[in-house]
Design a protein. Structure first.
Ligand code: PBG
Length: 294
C-alpha cells in the first residue's frame, strides 16, 4: 500500500523535503500516481488530506469537497477496482491545533467528540468511494462507532482497518510535515501507546477486533516487529504494518550521504515486516520496490 498526500487546490505536485522521493499531490496528480500504482502492480493506496481550511473542531475533515473525497471520486473513476482505496480517518490534519479531535476544557482531546467527527469523516469517504476507512486517532470506541455509523448510512460493505496498535512514536516526525499536522502544543501520549508496553498493544488489538475491525494495523513497523508477530499469532484478521515516515526518511538520508544503499535496505525492511507476519505493508517505498520486482 502506498500512502498518498492530497492537498486541496494544489496544482500538480510538490516534493516533501523530509521524505526524499515523496510528493504532496493535487487531485489530478494523485490520480496519475494511482495509475502508476496500478501499472506497478500495487495492492492499493491510502489517502491523507491536507485541507485549505482548518478550525478547532476539524470540520473540513467531513467536507464532501475536501481533498480526500475529491481524490477518491477521481481515482475510482479512473482506475475502477484495479486498486483498493483506503482513506485515513483522523482529525489531526483538519484541526488548527493539530490534535486528533476537538479539545475539552482540560486541554486534552475530547474522546467522544473526536469519535463523532471520525464517524462523519468515514461516512463521507465511504460515499466518495473508499473501500476501507482507517481510523488512526486511537480514540476509545472509534471502531465500533464507525461500524455503526457506516451501517446506518447504508455502507455495510465498506471495511475498517483499525490502527489498533499505534505507538506514541518519534518516527512520525516527517509525516507531520507532509500532512501539515504538527502539534501546536502538547503530545499524543494520552491516546497512543507507550513504546515499552507490548501487552497493552495486544489488548488494543483484541479490543478493535471485537469492535468489528476488518484488519488490524501495527504502527510503526520495524521497532515493533514483536507486536506484528503477536498480532499474527493471536488474531485471526489480516495484519497490516505501517513502515512510517521516519523509518523511510532515515534510510533516504543515509543513502544521500552514501552511507548505505536505500533500495537494498528498504527491500530488506519490507521483507522483515513480512517475515514478522504482516499480510499488508504500508510504505513510502511501495512504488520503487514494486518497480524493481523481477
Ligand atoms: C494520524 C496519522 C499519523 C500517521 C498516520 N496517520 C500521524 C500521527 O499519529 O502523529 C503517521 C504516518 C507516518 O509517520 O508515516 N492521522
Amino acid at each position: 500500500m502506498l500512502p498518498v498526500f492530497v492537498v486541496q487546490d494544489l496544482d500538480g505536485s510538490r516534493p516533501i523535503p523530509s521524505l526524499p522521493g515523496v510528493h504532496q499531490h493535487g487531485v489530478a496528480s494523485a490520480v496519475a500516481l494511482a495509475e502508476e500504482a496500478v501499472a506497478a502492480g500495487l495492492g492499493g493506496v491510502i489517502l491523507f488530506g491536507v485541507p485549505a481550511r482548518k478550525d478547532p473542531v476539524g470540520t473540513s475533515g467531513w467536507d464532501p469537497e475536501g481533498p480526500v473525497p475529491a481524490a477518491l471520486r477521481a481515482m475510482r473513476a479512473r482506475v475502477g477496482d484495479a486498486l483498493v482505496l483506503w482513506a485515513d480517518v483522523c482529525q489531526c490534519e483538519y484541526t488548527d491545533h493539530g490534535h486528533c479531535g476537538p479539545l475539552a476544557a482540560d486541554g486534552e482531546v475530547d474522546n467522544d467528540a473526536a469519535v463523532a467527527g471520525y464517524v462523519r469523516d468515514a461516512v463521507v469517504y465511504a460515499e466518495a468511494g473508499a473501500d476501507l476507512v482507517a481510523p488512526s486517532g486511537m480514540m476509545d470506541g472509534q471502531v465500533a462507532a464507525i461500524r455503526h455509523g457506516l451501517d446506518q448510512a447504508g455502507h455495510e460493505r465498506v471495511g475498517i482497518v483499525a490502527y489498533a496498535a499505534k505507538f506514541a512514536s518519534g518516527f512520525y516526525g516527517p509525516f507531520r510535515d507532509a500532512a501539515g499536522s504538527a502539534l501546536q502544543e502538547g503530545d499524543r501520549a494520552g491516546h497512543q501507546l507507550p513504546p515499552g508496553n507490548a501487552r497493552e498493544a495486544r489488548r488494543e488489538l483484541a479490543v478493535d477486533a471485537a469492535e468489528g475491525a476488518d484488519a488490524l494495523m501495527v504502527k510503526p513497523a520495524l521497532a515493533y516487529l514483536d507486536v506484528v508477530a503477536a498480532a499474527r499469532r493471536e488474531q485471526q484478521l489480516p495484519v497490516a504494518a505501517y513502515h512510517v515516515s521516519g523509518e523511510y526518511a532515515m534510510v533516504a538520508a543515509a543513502h544521500e550521504r552514501g552511507w548505505l544503499d536505500a533500495p537494498t535496505v528498504l527491500e530488506e525492511s519490507v521483507r522483515s515486516i513480512r517475515r514478522a507476519g504482516a499480510d499488508i505493508v504500508l510504505t513510502y517505498a511501495a512504488l520503487d520496490l514494486a518497480r524493481r520486482r523481477p
